[in-house]
Design a protein around this ligand. Structure first.
Ligand code: GLC
Ligand code: CA
Length: 586
């Protein structure tokens, strides 16, 4: 942020402006990038086995270039027994045959390069699969052996070790410990798994684990990736002695944010790991990045993760959790920009990913919707699809006008809702089984994408049934149907992304326009672009200016004077406008 921009703040536009963040002039493609998350098993199935694959991604990369994103982030495609959809890795340096081969991967990178798209891959350093050779070796070895020390094995408590070593719970339900049979057939030690029992946690107090992951980083950097999204980056190091924890399994407190003291999260020793990784990335040049999936609160602690010599970015979960609550949104945006500016890092913004109910469904509720990771089932109170989609467009347009980077989740550009009618037998998220069905889990947001309305399985693949059933509405929301309609959600996204690039909004500034920051609306200026979101039931009068885009009509209204639209912004609608300050002052 430059101090100059403080001086250049335009004259008040129909009321006071509150400058929060000045223009970002620092170099780095990622500071303002839009990064599109591909969930490989649900993106595109080219070989017809019902599961998406790398060749399917390669085939559709031109569509993503056309959408005008800067990079794609791929969720795991590594060798894996798929007990947690690939977040249980058995070989970090190979492609699972389910998705293809390393050659397919190289072909994909070459195509991405041709299209000027960067590729970021997922790194899962907290845990591996119980089928990983290192864990198999640990099982075959004895207590206290170097093999066991790669993981977190402990003797149980209780008279004969029949109780877990501490009271930690798995994020997916049930205890975070599983007892093994020793090679001699007697009940033996326990191992820690913050997630499924098939995902043993590595011991990051062991230098061997550090070396192994440094090798993995280099393996993918050598193959041309632009960086890594680091899975549960806040969990690698555990507090010495593994003390009992009275809070929630996710380390969270009742307000939904991780507590400060959770012994399995946010330990100080983590930072040295990421500093080392940053050095490795920088040895490949300035363009490779690390993004933390770190559910850390409060925000000043998140800023510690993105200091100049640590990660480049971190996901902004407080933003995702703020939903459409205008007070929370304003607070999170202000705090994020101020605290991250202080360490010279850009913020990122996100509304959907593979772990939460899609925002087009979340926003279809007037009261509280489903809890994260719980999903929506046929017996639950159902979201209003049309309302959800309208609000989702408004929320996305509000987000994409903000300075900083943004993460999109595949299918949000189509306004897709969650899959709800998924038979129990087809649900695959371990949360479902580990909670005896009490929490449905995250399958609903992972339903395979619709590409083409007239093809079998809406064009996801023309062979076997997709691994999860697609809802009825996917036919009408298919990409080719939307591409042909100027007023579609997809075409709105295209216009938002190209306008965002053209106006350099990602590298812009933010001032709140107080007059429009009411209990049900928010407005900010980014340069001379005004963004107003109206969540009221009533339309809102707009100031003088030229409308660039409106989320409600999804119709391009370039160069159309607001007067033609009645000077009003509809309910659940966002607008991007160009403000002429001379006019506005009068
Ligand atoms: C992260 C992933 C999630 C996965 C978990 C365990 O939160 O986003 O999908 O289940 O880590 O790896
Ligand atoms: Ca396939």
């Amino acid at each position: 942020m430059s101090v100059d921009s403080l001086l250049q703040t335009p004259a008040p536009l129909a009321g006071p402006l509150t400058l929060i963040h000045g223009k970002d002039e620092a170099p780095g493609w990622w500071r303002s990038a839009v990064i599109y998350q591909v969930y490989p098993r649900s993106f595109r199935d080219l070989n017809g086995d019902g599961i998406g694959d790398i060749a399917g991604i390669t085939a559709e990369l031109p569509q993503l270039a056309d959408l005008d994103v800067d990079a794609v982030w791929l969720s795991p495609f590594y060798r894996s027994p798929q007990r947690d959809a690939g977040y249980d890795v058995s070989d970090y340096c190979d492609v699972d045959p389910l998705f293809g081969t390393l050659t397919d991967f190289d072909v994909m990178i070459a195509e991405a390069n041709r299209l000027h798209l960067r590729v970021i891959v997922d790194l899962v350093p907290n845990h591996c699969s119980d089928q990983h050779v290192a864990f198999q070796a640990a099982l075959a070895a004895t207590p206290g052996s170097p093999e066991r020390d790669m993981f977190i094995f402990r003797d149980g408590s209780g008279a004969s070790g029949e109780e877990p070593p501490n009271n930690w719970a798995s994020h997916f339900g049930g205890p975070a410990w599983t007892r093994i049979m020793e090679p001699d057939g007697t009940p033996g030690q326990w191992y820690l798994h913050l997630f499924d029992s098939s995902q043993p946690d590595f011991n990051w107090d062991n230098q061997g684990v550090h070396e192994e992951f440094e090798r993995v980083l280099r393996f993918w950097l050598d193959r041309g990736v632009s960086g890594f999204r680091v899975d549960v980056a806040h969990a690698l190091v555990k507090a010495p002695g593994l003390p009992d924890w009275g809070g929630r399994a996710d380390g969270g407190s009742s307000d939904g944010y991780p507590g400060h003291e959770a012994p399995m999260f946010g330990q100080p020793a983590l930072h040295a790991i990421y500093r080392k990784w940053r050095q490795i990335l920088e040895s490949y040049g300035p363009d490779r990045i690390l993004c933390a999936e770190a559910n850390v609160d409060p925000l000043p602690r998140l800023a510690d993760w993105v200091r100049q010599d640590e990660m480049h970015q971190a996901f902004n979960f407080p933003y995702l959790h703020a939903g459409l609550d205008v007070h929370r949104l304003r607070g999170v945006i202000t705090d994020s920009l101020l605290t991250l500016d202080a360490v010279g890092a850009p913020s990122t913004w996100v509304l959907s990913n593979h772990d939460v109910v899609r925002h087009a469904s979340r926003f279809g509720y007037n009261g509280p919707g489903p809890r994260d990771g719980d999903g929506i089932g046929v017996w639950d109170h159902q979201p209003d699809e049309a309302l959800g989609r309208r609000r989702a467009a408004a929320a996305s347009m509000f987000m994409l006008g903000l300075p900083g980077g943004a993460y999109l989740y595949q299918g949000e550009e189509l306004g897709l809702p969650d899959g709800i009618d998924i038979p129990d037998g087809q649900r695959q998220d371990p949360t479902f089984a580990r909670t005896g069905g009490a929490r449905l889990g995250r399958d609903g947001c992972r339903v395979p994408l619709p590409w083409s309305a007239e093809e079998p399985h809406n064009g996801f693949g023309n062979g076997q049934e997709p691994w999860l059933p697609q809802p009825e509405s996917f036919k009408q929301l298919a990409r080719d149907a939307q591409a042909a309609s100027p007023t579609s959600h997809l075409n709105l996204y295209r216009r938002m992304l190209s306008t965002r690039r053209e106006l350099r909004l990602g590298a812009g500034s933010l001032s709140w326009l107080e007059r429009y920051c009411t209990g049900s609306s928010l407005a900010y200026l980014n340069g001379s672009t005004l963004v107003v979101m109206n969540l009221n039931h009533e339309p809102l009068d707009l100031p003088a200016g030229r409308v660039l885009l409106r989320s409600g009509s999804a119709t391009p209204a370039s160069d159309q004077p607001v007067a033609d639209l009645g000077h009003r912004l509809g309910s659940n609608e966002t607008v991007w406008m160009k403000i002429n300050f001379e006019d506005a002052e009068s």
